[in-house]
Design a binder for this molecule. Structure first.
Ligand code: SAM
Length: 271
């Protein structure tokens, strides 16, 4: 059985000197057993599961189309060198590789079986231009590409999995050229109504447990206390203003593309 720290065959390996334990949640993403039930585990030729997941169960495929169309209609051509950050089974890598101006795409992820076993099936399924794609086993906190060498980074359900979003953004800023772009799909900013609901629920349990248990919920919790990260998969929850502030801190201008059922984001690296 292969481990994360063996050098995989035709996949680039950017983990020298780093162990799995040093990368948050790497154990979870490399547990193939728990993936077997998932919609993207298509090793039995059951590829309908994945297309159904992307087009019917979720809005992810629509989000991809929407953001690419927005770029095209606003004169923002996707071209040159791109990094699909936390590419997973590489469905976005496959679709991006079909865009004419895109020359090279690094598909970077920490999950070995996703890159090694599932991605090749996904490339066939989505007609990827495989000659443009370089799969990389590595961490998005340590992207081994030179400064200012990348035209765009794509993140699909990726940003909210970073337990250190500032480190991720500074690494992405480092590799992007001036005016380079980040395209983000699969983010769901927490809205006021959801915050209110949780706040009311929290207040009720805080009042009910008054004077009873030491660790009872605080009556006036912070947003982070109301929406703590998922301890298994590392999902983090952000409000729209959290996204704006985080990107502004790293000198990115963040723009939303708002559709009726979802929103996507484009960030431009500023000086
Ligand atoms: C929700 S999945 C999204 C995968 C893919 N982009 C998609 O849209 O299907 C999150 C991905 O983040 C990857 N990941 C988590 N932490 C990472 C890290 N530090 N470096 C690289 N990839 C990471 C996981 O292995 C997983 O494939």
């Amino acid at each position: 059985m292969s481990s994360l720290n063996d050098n995989p065959g035709d996949i680039q390996f950017w983990l020298n000197g780093t162990t799995q334990e040093e990368i948050a949640f790497a154990g979870y993403w490399n547990n193939e057993e728990i993936e077997k039930e998932k919609d993207w585990y298509i090793l039995n030729g059951n590829s309908n599961k994945l297309t159904d997941y992307l087009t019917r169960k979720t809005t992810y495929h629509d989000e991809f189309r929407s953001i690419v169309t927005f770029m095209e209609t606003n004169g923002l051509r996707l071209k040159g060198v791109g990094v699909d950050i936390a590419a997973g089974v590489c469905w976005t890598t496959a679709l991006l590789s079909r865009i004419e101006g895109v020359d090279t795409l690094y598909a970077l992820d920490i999950s070995r079986h996703r890159l090694e076993k599932i991605a090749p099936r996904v490339f066939d399924l989505f007609g990827a231009k495989q000659e443009k794609i370089v799969r990389v086993l590595g961490s998005f906190y340590d992207i081994r590409l030179p400064d200012a060498s990348v035209d765009f980074c794509f993140m699909s359900q990726a940003f909210h999995h970073a337990d250190n979003p500032d480190l991720l953004l500074s690494e992405v800023r480092r590799i992007l050229k001036s005016r380079g772009l980040i395209l983000m799909i699969g983010e769901q900013p927490v809205k006021g109504r959801a915050i209110l609901k949780r706040y009311v629920k929290n207040s009720v349990s805080s009042c009910l447990s008054r004077g009873m248990v030491p660790g009872r919920p605080r009556l006036l919790p912070t947003f982070q206390e109301l929406f703590p990260p998922d301890t298994e998969s590392g999902d983090h929850y952000y409000r729209l203003r959290d996204y704006v502030n985080m990107f502004a801190r790293h000198r990115f201008m963040l723009r939303q593309v708002v559709e009726p059922n979802f929103r996507t984001f484009i960030a431009v690296k500023e000086r």
